[in-house]
Design a protein around this ligand. Structure first.
Ligand SMILES: [Zn+2]
Length: 135
């Protein structure tokens, strides 16, 4: 874990349990150094129960939290699928954020994905670009 990450416990009203969160400094953005320093909250307990409209910790859609967690590198146990990333075009292991979103570690693109069942060839992963919005 990086030194400037601060781990805390907080109660998640959606999951009805205490969860571990990490406060991280905002990602540096070139050319916008004057932006206020909003710390980014990353929930380490993000998971399959994090459905619903809004994550109570981030006040954002749960998938946004999942992407933050994937981007943070704080979790290494993602389920992954091999698919072609729409961002970089590489066939890569995409971390499954939820049933619709998969995160490419190579370029940081959030893809939408779906599993297509083929009659003879098994399964294939279809990826697409993330819809607009999010963080
Ligand atoms: Zn990519």
């Amino acid at each position: 874990m990086s030194e400037n990450a601060e781990k805390r416990k907080t109660f998640c009203t959606h999951c009805q349990k205490e969860v571990d969160v990490v406060l991280r400094p905002p990602a540096p953005r070139s050319g916008h150094a004057s932006l206020p320093d909003n710390e980014e909250v990353v929930c380490l307990d993000f998971g399959g129960e994090c459905e619903g409209e809004v994550c109570p910790i981030s006040q954002l859609r749960p998938v946004v939290m999942g992407v933050r967690l994937a981007r943070s590198g704080l979790r290494h146990s993602w389920k992954t699928v091999r698919g072609q990333c729409e961002g970089c075009g590489q066939v890569a292991a995409l971390a499954l954020i939820d049933l619709d979103h998969a995160y490419c570690n190579l370029c940081g693109t959030t893809n939408t994905w779906m599993l297509l069942e083929l009659d003879q060839d098994g399964q294939v992963i279809i990826t697409g670009r993330k819809e607009s919005g999010g963080s």
